[in-house]
Write a protein of this length. Structure first.
Length: 114
C-alpha cells in the first residue's frame, strides 16, 4: 500500500537555487557524479549517481526491513518507471534515504523473483 503525497501540493513550496536536469554534471561542484531523474516519491525526485556506481536515491527506495520501493509515493507508476530507468545504468550500491545501503542487483533479483 502506498500513501500519496498529492494532498501536499501547493503547501511548503520552495524556489530552487539550481534547476537540475536529467544528466546534470556535478563535476563543476567537485563531485564526480551526475543527476538522474527518478520521480515517484515526488514529481521532482532525483538521484545522484557517482562515476564509481554509487547511487544516492533519496526516497525512491528504502531498506528499513529489506530493499524495497518506498511505501510513500506520489506516483506509483512513475516509481516503477524509475526502477526501469535505473536498470540502464551501471549501479553497484544504492544509498537510500532510509535504511542501510544495498547492492542494486540484490533489489532487482528480489523484485524479479516476486
Amino acid at each position: 500500500m502506498y500513501t500519496s503525497l498529492r494532498k501536499l501540493k501547493g503547501k511548503n513550496q520552495f524556489k530552487e537555487d539550481i534547476e537540475l536536469e536529467d544528466g546534470f554534471d556535478l563535476s563543476p561542484y567537485d563531485l564526480n557524479a551526475k543527476i538522474i531523474h527518478i520521480p515517484g516519491h515526488s514529481q521532482g525526485s532525483v538521484g545522484v549517481l557517482t562515476v564509481d556506481g554509487d547511487l544516492f536515491c533519496g526516497d525512491l527506495l528504502e531498506n528499513t526491513a529489506k530493499p524495497a520501493i518506498n511505501s510513500i509515493m506520489d506516483d506509483e507508476d512513475a516509481a516503477h518507471s524509475s526502477i526501469e530507468t535505473l536498470k540502464k545504468y551501471n549501479i553497484n550500491m544504492v544509498y537510500p534515504g532510509h535504511g542501510n545501503p544495498f547492492p542494486l542487483k540484490d533489489f532487482l533479483d528480489q523484485i524479479n523473483n516476486n
